[in-house]
Design a protein around this ligand. Structure first.
Ligand SMILES: [Zn+2]
Ligand SMILES: [Zn+2]
Length: 238
């Protein structure tokens, strides 16, 4: 977030104290009681949804061997189901009500999940938030995935790269489309710039929600063609 916007939000937070996205109680963006109602789902294969083994038989979200031919995503981390009420509220309040402080709550939930399943980002990995088209980012004023990624980078030692992937097409929102139309809608929507920054790196792509996965796969495909070694996908919910 740019410093001016950040300052503005800090002032807004002072004037309007946070209220819990789950129960409406004043004081926090998401209270401890509501946190306890969240149900984490174990990491699973991006393509088929089966629990996928990692080291010591803990599921760690790696794409199963038989699915690797069908997706450019190597591992998938996504702690929650989108249909869970407080999760949907959190994402909705960040995106549409512009409650920016929620990005820190979501980043913490991700960190907690990573440590619970003993998932470590590989050496040489970089965090890349899924970009919005510049026109849409201007209308909305911010990119929610970038806010979450910035909060995640602040509290872990991964580096964030905001400028290696751009959205060249302002596509129709995937949510308006049927599953089979989504793939066609998104092809050619991304471009990798500064390929030297991603060469031989593991790119951790971050988006708020995975639905069919076409958007993440298209971005992954573009990054791999530009020289990235492996692509992980992280979303808050799916
Ligand atoms: Zn609450
Ligand atoms: Zn699979």
């Amino acid at each position: 977030m740019n410093p001016l916007l950040r300052a503005k939000n800090e002032i807004l937070d002072l004037l309007f104290p946070p209220i819990c996205a789950g129960c409406g109680k004043e004081g926090e963006f998401f209270c401890n009681l509501c946190k306890k109602t969240l149900i984490q789902v174990p990491p699973k294969c991006f393509a088929c949804g089966k629990l996928s083994p990692g080291t010591k038989r803990i599921p760690q979200g790696r794409t199963c061997t038989s699915c690797r031919a069908h997706t450019p995503i190597y591992a998938f981390i996504s702690p929650f189901l989108y249909r869970q009420e407080p999760v949907r509220e959190l994402i909705h309040n960040l995106k549409y009500l512009r409650v920016y402080g929620i990005s820190r709550v979501l980043a913490k939930l991700l960190i907690n999940y990573l440590s619970r399943f003993k998932i470590r980002f590989p050496k040489n990995s970089i965090l890349v938030p899924l970009p919005l088209h510049s026109r849409r980012e201007r209308t909305r004023g911010f990119n929610q995935s970038r806010l979450i990624a910035e909060s995640l980078a602040e509290s872990s030692d991964i580096q964030i790269y905001n400028n290696v992937l751009i959205r060249t097409e302002n596509t129709r929102p995937q949510i308006e489309l049927r599953a089979e139309e989504r793939r066609a809608n998104i092809i050619g929507a991304f471009a990798a710039i500064f390929p030297e920054k991603i060469r031989d790196k593991t790119v951790i792509l971050l988006d708020d929600v995975k639905t069919t996965g076409s958007t993440l796969e298209e971005a992954a495909h573009v990054l791999k063609s530009a020289g990235a070694k492996k692509i992980w996908a992280i979303t808050i919910a799916h």
